[in-house]
Design a binder for this molecule. Structure first.
Ligand code: SIN
Length: 541
């Protein structure tokens, strides 16, 4: 089928979370024509739901070295030392940039003109700056969207789904095939293409991620021959409300400021599992909660707020307070019912600290990318830090490299799979996929379940023919979800030991090997040795 070229831009940005918005804004301000493509409304992204804040080493008790050390300890042993150092070293610059956009960070209620910095798991000092109490993501996103909408060099295509990346015969990225809200398909050409399309939370039954997070960016990149790494590294957030209505995150900052976990029998249990109790690494705490839920045969444990003054809590965590009120949760009496849910993809498209991939003119930033900053276990609030730092590094890089010529093209032939699936069929397939993924590739994994799951996915894949692009976008999204589930399952089988957030019940002892799992450009899975091993060891001693 012939598809027309509809528009040409200097840069195409796919995804409207914080990293995509900063890139678009800074490029627009530097006279680059930018097309910002987003699957739903421009407001919908994981960034919007981020509560905790941004980790920035400010203040006299903190430093870049200390922040780096905490990052490396949490992510041990897979952090890329050089990239982590570069990101943290640029954190204050990026933080001040946010202030220049108009973001007003919360001050300490007890001392005027001093920022409030809170503590989250595995940070050695209070380091996390926040906005609107627990509304950091929402307010930063809104501030950026206001600016992006006023920037004349940026065109925003909302409700537009990218079906695939286009490469020229030399293997360089030069455009995307999209479907818009009216179901029109067309091609957009771009001298550079930035993937900022977020994670994969929707592969699971329970997640903190919005419905757009179906792994499309990684799936299309993998199909185009982009290297992806450490897909088995998926972080589960320990405390998510999963009861009546939509799930909502219950920020770790509550535990950082005194919230305690108790099981439904009223027993505080966190210290039985780790000396750091409520501030133990997220994976340890999430598994502890699962164990307590199993022991008490309950679907949740409580986050007890009895250490808080009610008025303080309401002002400090207004979003969570409102969510609880809307659901009639007696938060100050019993606590907030919480359980673990899929939260953050640590692995992803293999990049350097500028977001460059192995394909020329294709870049990846934010959750879709994996620069080794987070290692095998992400330090809380380092993801928003990455989202505000890397876009500036990438924009500086793009402004310094020579511009390429776009091909003179009016249309392209594209083969589609014309099979369609009705809405009910799609919904039930997605539900089954999410249920099965939740059993096989969650917090607890084992060889037998993983192998059975891989077999089921392979059968499903052949039924839904994943080789050709789907004519119907929703089917393409399902194909992406199946592909990602399969890649995560394969990587989880391949990593036959426990490491960081990847926990194998059949091999519980932590691995001492420093190696990344990588699907290379030929889609072969292999190990790549972590290059900083000799420098990391003394720092972590
Ligand atoms: C939270 O607020 O607990 C989430 C922060 C994060 O995932 O970094």
């Amino acid at each position: 089928m012939k598809i027309d070229v509809a528009a040409k831009f200097d840069v195409i940005v796919i995804g409207s979370g914080i990293s995509g918005l900063i890139c678009a804004l800074e490029l627009g301000k530097n006279n680059k024509s930018v097309c910002l493509i987003t699957k739903e409304a421009v407001t919908e992204s994981s960034s919007l739901y981020a509560q905790g804040g941004i980790s920035v080493p400010l203040g006299k008790f903190d430093s870049v070295d200390k922040h780096l050390e905490d990052t490396l300890r949490a992510g041990t042993p897979l952090c890329d030392l050089k990239n982590a150092n570069q990101i943290i070293s640029r954190s204050i610059y990026a933080f001040e940039k946010l202030i220049s956009y108009g973001v007003k960070f919360d001050l300490n209620p007890e001392s005027e003109n001093v920022l409030h910095q809170t503590k989250e798991a595995a940070h050695s000092v209070p380091r996390v700056v926040h906005v609107g109490g627990d509304a950091s993501g929402r307010i930063i996103t809104k501030t950026l969207i206001d600016k992006v909408c006023r920037e004349p060099n940026i065109s925003i295509s909302q409700g537009t789904c990218v079906l695939s990346l286009l490469k020229d015969p030399n293997g360089n990225a030069f455009g995307v095939l999209v479907e818009d809200v009216t179901k029109n398909k067309y091609i957009v050409l771009g001298k550079n293409i930035i993937l900022a399309s977020g994670g994969v939370g929707q592969l699971y039954k329970y997640t903190t991620n919005p419905v757009v997070c179906t792994g499309d960016g990684i799936a299309m990149a993998y199909r185009a021959g982009v290297c992806v790494q450490d897909l088995e590294m998926i972080q589960f957030h320990p405390t998510v409300f999963l009861g009546k209505g939509d799930p909502f995150l219950v920020t770790e900052a509550i535990r950082g400021e005194g919230g305690r976990l108790k099981n439904i029998n009223g027993e505080y249990f966190a210290k039985h599992y780790h000396e750091l109790g409520e501030l133990a690494p997220r994976d340890v705490l999430a598994r502890a909660i699962l164990a307590e839920m199993g022991k008490t045969m309950s679907g949740f444990v409580y986050l007890d707020l009895s250490t808080f003054k009610e008025e303080y809590f309401i002002n400090r965590f207004p979003t969570i307070y409102k969510e609880c009120l809307n659901r009639n949760i007696a938060l100050f009496e019993k606590g907030i019912p919480v359980s673990p849910a899929a939260h953050y993809l640590i692995g992803g498209i293999k990049t350097d600290v500028f977001g460059s991939t192995n394909i020329s003119a294709l870049w990846a930033i934010g959750e879709v990318a994996s620069s080794g900053f987070h290692g095998a276990n992400r330090l809380a609030s380092n993801s928003l830090l990455e989202c505000i730092v890397v876009p500036h590094l990438l924009v500086e890089r793009l402004l310094s490299i020579p511009e390429v010529e776009l091909p003179q093209l009016e249309s392209l032939d594209v083969d589609f799979d014309s099979n369609s699936i009705d809405d009910d069929g799609l919904k039930s397939l997605i539900k089954e996929l999410q249920d099965r993924n939740t059993k096989a590739i969650s917090l607890l994994r084992n060889k037998n379940t993983l192998n059975e799951h891989l077999q089921w996915l392979t059968e499903l894949e052949s039924k839904v023919n994943t080789n050709l692009l789907a004519f119907q976008y929703q089917v393409q999204e399902l194909k992406n979800m199946i592909l990602l589930s399969k890649l995560i399952t394969k990587a989880s089988i391949f990593r036959d030991h426990s490491l960081g957030v990847h926990y194998r019940e059949d091999c519980k002892e932590l691995s001492k090997e420093f190696k990344h799992s990588i699907f290379n450009e030929n889609k072969q899975l292999s190990w790549e040795i972590q290059k900083n091993e000799s420098e990391l060891v003394p720092i972590l001693k």
